[in-house]
Design a protein around this ligand. Sequence first.
Ligand SMILES: [Zn+2]
Length: 326
Amino acid sequence: MRVTTRIKKSRQILRMVRPFDLSTSDLIYPIFIREDGKTFEIPSMNGQRYYSLDDCVEVCGKVVELGIPAVMVFGVLKEKDADGSIALRKDAFHPKIFNKLKKEFGDELVLISNVCLCDYTADEFCVYTDKSGKVLNEKTAEVLGKIAVVHAEAGADVIAPAAMCDGQVRHIRAALDREGFDDVAVMTYVKTDSCLFQPYFEAMTLAETPRRTVDSSKFRTDVINEKMFMQKVDLDVSEGADMVIVKPAITNLDHILRVKQKYPTIPIAAYQVSGEYAMIKLLSGYGHVDEQVLLMETLSSIKRSGADMILTYYAIEAAKMLREKK
Ligand SMILES: [Zn+2]
């Protein structure tokens, strides 16, 4: 008689028949580093902290020790300016971060640079627009290319353009190649418009209250439209993206699979974003579920959908759990 229970009989058989296992080498830890040197818990992301540059070295040491191969670097500046030109200064905060981490960890830790205008511009908008609100793709992408060069020069191994404007990969690739950084990879973000980014915006803003009243649907993709999503992936891959980050993860598992099927040779990362992190924290905080069980369930589902890498604020906890399991 055919039954499905035989291969579920023991934990070891279950392990034996699994098509994959989560591993610490799948994980990437996003880290927030403050220029003002203050270290404290991020109010919108319960359990996550801002780090000073010195404290960040300590945390990255832990990341390396746990076997997590990479960090995504988010620098929180003391001040931003009208057009974000502070991003192009070689003595600015972001190059200092890459310099320091590269000196400390060399090739032991992959440094991924999140490149977007909102980190530097006073209005904290990801792209330049004209007075009517039209997105200025070429102008934005050209500046992103220059920022990428500054970060690569300082030690960033991978550039992750996050502005979602058209032409960003093309400009960044060309700028990196022109300046001799042809060995620096581009890992492009493709995002659906989502309220799950909100805790991150609150973490990154310099304003007392979050400013994200801007209509970001002009440059992110409509969550309901899978063709629009794939169109952006197609464009970024054709422009030379080495890797693709799908973001958020939980609302885009089908997109991850779609990218995997269409581009089997392109490595795919999924970003379990701040709102997904908060959902797990809150649900478990209320005692409705076990935090670790839900975390592993979500990470496994993301991996099963086709992701090769997972960016998660839970990376350190997940790595500890995976280590204990062995
Ligand atoms: Zn942005």
